[in-house]
Design a protein around this ligand. Sequence first.
Ligand SMILES: [Zn+2]
Length: 279
Amino acid sequence: MNSAILHNGQVITAREYNTDVHGTRLFCIDKSCKVPVIFVPGNENVSPYFKTTGKHDSKHNEGCGFYKPLTFVESVKKVEEYQGDLLDKGMKETLVRINLNKLDPDYESKVAEREQSDKKKQDPSEVKIKQDNETPSSISSLKSIVKLMVSYEPDVLSSILVNVKGQKVPISSLIVDQEKAHNLLWKEEMLPKVGYFVYGVVDAILRRERVIYINFKPVNNVLFSLMVFDRYFKHFTYTDEELMGKNILAWGHLSKNTYNDKNTTEMAIKSDKYIEFLK
Ligand SMILES: [Zn+2]
């Protein structure tokens, strides 16, 4: 753990922690847990951190975000919870840039000529890890956002804000399930002109002449579909077998539709790169 709660309810990171100033009453940041933790000083190889001792009450409970490694969805939910609870209680902020322009085949063809002379080719899917607790400074693929969410502890992830058109928003506000995406859109609470990461399970695939619909399994009667229009068919190679029943993360801009008097939420995607499979 990189963060703990002090006796006064404020969050402290292990790097900022000073016994003389902050005292020795330290607790797990998860509100369902809040067990005592101890400070472990760092050395030249390892950053300082907090941990449970395993003795007496100092064990994370099963619902705690530090009890076991989290899946992508578990991690997203815990980060949302912690960002809601702790961002105004002294949680350190880390700014991460998300730029997914390179997913877009239209964008790719526009810049392809310019980039041909540029020899420094970087792998956009690579998450660069500088130090143990330091998150990458930019995200440029779905693979890297999934890797981010399953590679770091939830307190480190909870420090992440994303710069969206000049506004700094908690990363958890951009990664949502289809029900939340739907509510944000239809209640006009969405960040304007911003792409969202939406996860769900593929329930049906309808291949029409001009469009492919990929329907997520409804959650609380919320209907959500991905759409691939015909001009992008050549960039979309997944077969029905590869998609059906799979838990996926998709990225794009949300749009409203009404079908049989029912409000639905849609997201147009343009290629394979707009989807990442979740475990
Ligand atoms: Zn805990």
